[in-house]
Structure formats: C-alpha cells, structure tokens
Ligand binder design. Structure first.
Ligand code: SAH
Length: 352
C-alpha cells in the first residue's frame, strides 16, 4: 500500500493528520487515490445521512457590499456590478414559495450592506420563523459584532455561514485589502460558535496564489474550529475584479478536498456548491459522490438572479422554486440519492 492510501485510511479512521501529511496527500494524489477516497467518503456520508440530500433555498437579498475582496464580483470597487436590494416583503415571498416546494431551510445571503440595520435583520428572521415555524434560517451576511450576532440568534436565526476563505495569514492578505483581516474573520467564527449557532466556515479551491501548504493549513484550522458546515467551491474569475486573468480552480481538486473533508468530519453538512455546478454541468452530482450532502438552489426572484454575480458564468437556472426542486430530485435519483424535506440540522443539533 502506498503512502497516499495509508493517509486516506488514517483520515477514514479519524486520525489527526499533520500539516505535512496533508501537503503530501494533496501533492501526491492520483485518479486512483481519488476513487479510493470517494469510496471511503461515501461510506461516511451514508452512515450519517443514508441516501438523503438536504436542500436549502438561498435568497440573495442584496448585492451591495462595503468590502473589497479582490476575488469577488460584488466588491465595492466594481462599478459595473448592478446593485439591488430586496425588501422584507420580497424576501418573505421567496421563502413562502420555497416552502411550498419543500424547502425547510432558508439561507439569507448578501454583501455587507449596512442599509439593513440589526433590527431589520431581526424583523426578517422573526417573521420567517413566525410564518414557517418548522423552518431553519441561516444567515450569511458577513462580519458583525458579537452583539449583533447575538441579536439575530435571539430573533431565531439557527445557522450562520461565514467562510474563513483561507487560514493562511499571508494568503489572506493577498486576497483582501488591508482593512479586512483574517483575525477578525476568525473572531467572528468563534463568536458565532459561542452564541450557539450551527456554524459554517470554508474556502475557495485554487484561489490565486493558493498552494498545497495553504490548503493544508485550512484542514488544520478546520479541525480546531470543528464547524457544523463547510462551504467549499472552486475559485472562478470575475472579469471586473483584479483577479480577472487567473484561471478557475479545478473540478478534480475541489472533489478531492470534499472527499478529505467528509472523511475528516463524517457528520459535517457539506454543500455541493453552485460554483462546482458552474465549472462542470454534472459538478453538483459529482460533489455528492465525493462526499457532499447538501445542495443550495437559488430562491431569489428571477429579476435579480443575474445580478448577484460573485464570479462569471454563475449557474443561474430559469427555474422557479418548484422547477428547481423537481429538477434536483431527478438529478439526485440518477445517483441513488433522495432529496429530503426537513430542516436538515447538523446531527445532534436542532431548533433552539
Ligand atoms: N458577504 C457574505 C457572503 C459572501 S459571498 C460573507 O462575507 O460571508 C459567499 C462566498 O462566495 C464567499 O465567502 C466566497 O468564498 C465565495 N466567492 C466570492 N467570490 C468568488 C469567486 N470569484 N469564485 C468563487 N467563489 C467566490
């Protein structure tokens, strides 16, 4: 047995790998190793989730952003980004139609748009929970103070997605302007955990300048944080950002990372992301077969779907909520999986 297979076995047995081991694994991976990894990951996924795939309806409610991340199409400096905001009523309407077709988790995501006060966010969360008490609300609205996170939680928010983007301080600096720090990002993640949220971190694969060392650092960081969810997708360039000339991350490495994560964290909620579906037409199915167990279709109103462009060619379906769930159901059946209608909490966690 070679060293790569040995390392995969160790991951599968939940042994902690060192940073050097992760670097070795990434640098010496092969197609055969990937197949072996995905088998192991599949075992862990089925042990914990059977053939069920959780779905979350994502409502991208504002494309305004005060941040200036070099990779993101919504960055403040992008003059070409068409900005929009949804009203509370618009957002509720998206959730209501999503509910009808089986969504029991709504992810409210936006740029960092300070036009919505903490009270506005709390109102929206409260109203969704009041109308649809059997649903979970996930927020993904960026870096805030402990107090703000606490208010949203008290209003009923269940989960929070905030990718750490990279755990390497040097790489973080190359991806963000100087006012945005890894330190604060990590502070936010630990605050969210402390408050009681189900917390999601994550990173892009093959972001500009990212090395195997950087990815290894992400694995080590994630092991410390022990998040409930991990969002991972390939970097994809956007033409109106400083990273326009970099290539997109590969399907192959993204799937390999998903497989590693499923073995490391058997119970984690692991989305097969839109970015994965964007670089390959069957990307989301492949993501599930590599270990993913969550899919997050878009519930935003048709008129704004083309405007929340984190990267170019973003997969936007013309389907409404009903169409997108039916479509997903069929796609998941082709790989022996089944879309589940439930909140889909992290194992052992639930409503608070
Ligand atoms: N403002 C929120 C939401 C950010 S957008 C927050 O700060 O969390 C959600 C995720 O999209 C980001 O965390 C980032 O990892 C990803 N993303 C942004 N630009 C991208 C690009 N060019 N390619 C791939 N993923 C990108």
């Amino acid at each position: 047995m070679n060293r790569v297979t040995e390392l995969i076995d160790e991951l599968f047995e939940k042994k902690n790998l060192s940073k050097e081991d992760f670097i070795f694994l990434i640098n010496h991976r092969s197609e055969e190793a990937a197949q072996y990894l995905f088998e192991k990951a599949g075992i862990r996924r089925r042990e914990n989730f059977g053939n069920g795939i959780y779905i979350r309806g994502i409502v991208e409610f504002s494309s305004y952003c005060r941040c200036d991340c070099f990779y993101c199409g919504l960055r403040r400096s992008n003059q070409h980004c068409e900005r929009y905001r949804l009203s509370r009523e618009d957002i509720l309407q998206c959730c209501r139609s999503g509910y009808e077709y089986g969504f029991r988790t709504f992810v409210l995501q936006s740029g960092e748009d300070l036009t919505y006060s903490d009270d506005d966010i709390c109102d929206i969360v409260r109203q969704i929970k009041q109308e649809m008490p059997d649903c979970a609300v996930t927020l993904s609205i960026g870096e805030k103070s402990f107090e703000s996170y606490q208010k949203y939680y008290d209003a009923g928010a269940d989960r929070y997605l905030l990718r750490h983007e990279t755990a390497s301080p040097e790489l973080y600096k190359r991806l963000h302007p100087s006012g945005q720090t890894l330190e604060n990002r990590i502070r936010c993640l630990y605050d969210l955990k402390k408050i009681g949220y189900q917390v999601g971190a994550g990173m892009m694969i093959q972001a500009p300048y990212q090395t195997a060392e950087d990815l290894a650092e992400d694995f080590v960081f994630l092991k410390q944080l022990e998040p409930d969810m991990i969002g991972v997708g390939p970097f994809i360039p956007h033409r109106d950002t400083p990273f326009r000339d970099f290539s997109a991350g590969s399907l192959e490495l993204t799937l390999f990372v998903l497989g590693i994560l499923r073995c490391m964290f058997p119970k984690v909620l692991l989305p097969s992301t839109t970015a994965l579906g964007t670089i390959d037409p069957a990307g989301r199915e492949k993501g599930v077969l590599a270990g993913g167990n969550v899919i997050m279709p878009n519930l935003s109103p048709q008129r704004v779907r083309g405007k929340y462009l984190l990267y170019n060619n973003k997969l936007t379906s013309s389907d409404d909520a009903r169409g997108s769930v039916e479509n997903l159901r069929n796609r998941m059946e082709t790989i022996g999986c089944e879309v589940v209608i439930s909140r889909g909490d992290a194992p052992g966690k639930g409503p608070h």
